[in-house]
Design a binder for this molecule. Sequence first.
Ligand SMILES: Cc1cc2nc3c(=O)[nH]c(=O)nc-3n(C[C@H](O)[C@H](O)[C@H](O)COP(=O)(O)O)c2cc1C
Length: 350
Amino acid sequence: MEQSYRFSVAPMLDCTDRHFRVLMRQISRHALLYSEMVVARAIDHILQEARVDGSERQRRLERLLGCDPIERPLALQLGGDDPKILAQTAALAAEWGYDEVNLNVGCPSAKVVQGRFGACLMAEPERVAECVAAMVQASGLPVTVKHRIGIDARDSFAELVQFVDTVASGGASRFSVHARKAWLKGLDPHQNRTVPPLRWDLVQQLKQARPGLVIELNGGLETLEDCESVLARNPGSKTDEGSVGMDGVMVGRAAYGHPLRWKAVDRVVFGQPRKEASAASVVMGLVPHADRWCSRGGRLWPMARHLVHLVQGVGGARHWRNSITQEACRRDAGPEVLIAAAQQLEARGV
Ligand SMILES: Cc1cc2nc3c(=O)[nH]c(=O)nc-3n(C[C@H](O)[C@H](O)[C@H](O)COP(=O)(O)O)c2cc1C
């Protein structure tokens, strides 16, 4: 777990489910992986539901919290604003085998803002600090916060520093800063990931102002070279370009859309010599997971759907994608589909 945050794959709804995380684990053994955001109230609702029996309750919790030890190091991201409910869910995170709990203070979706959590909590640093303190106490896990550089008119550097200082006083171990502000009115979540300009410089300035805090940069990192250009060689040191080095980098869309682009991450970022994954080795590596999943009644498609981005820029890629899509959609599809698909890739040397 130590320093796994030097490179992490961002929490992404509908993308970073347990299957994608197992896929990413074939590419990096060391990167920190995040869950999709889980709404703490949804967990509370399951716990309070009087009409369901114990095994049904467990099944519902499994759907939201289920993970496999091979996914570790792994953080559970929570959405919420109620310290008690968040604390209860953080305690469950420890029980279910997560290494860390992360609070979402960056999501600007209308639904989330209506629930008074996500990015709008940037206007309530004391409340965030209270939530963090309650989660630390209940779980014993490191609690981290993912946030923006500002929201709406509350976007000065002084307000950003005040937010981080206040939340740090609640015991937050790390700040993952999406280097864009969010407009809560007027832009949808997609626009809020593209329209507000990227301000890596502000996140670097934050690290300079608060060298003692662990700060991770997120937003617009496209390649391993981008990551190297902002990472500190040693904690607190400067980058090769002379700017303040970040403690970690978090990559979202470029990891989901191009998983194999990151195959050198263990060597380059973590200094761990390792044979780089190929498309064939990734698919083959998923077989034991598929075996376990399908033997418990799971379908193959939720896993195979993530493979469509794995093979890119090589002859026959589209044919391979079409064929695995067709095969994996079958109701009775099992690990044998992955074995055959891996063999095809192996034969082509990809
Ligand atoms: C499809 C999608 C779903 C996302 N879901 C979440 C989420 O559940 N929690 C969260 O904190 N951020 C979420 N994000 C934001 C990402 O974690 C990340 O902050 C953002 O995409 C910027 O990083 P990038 O430029 O590397 O993609 C999501 C982004 C995308 C594209």
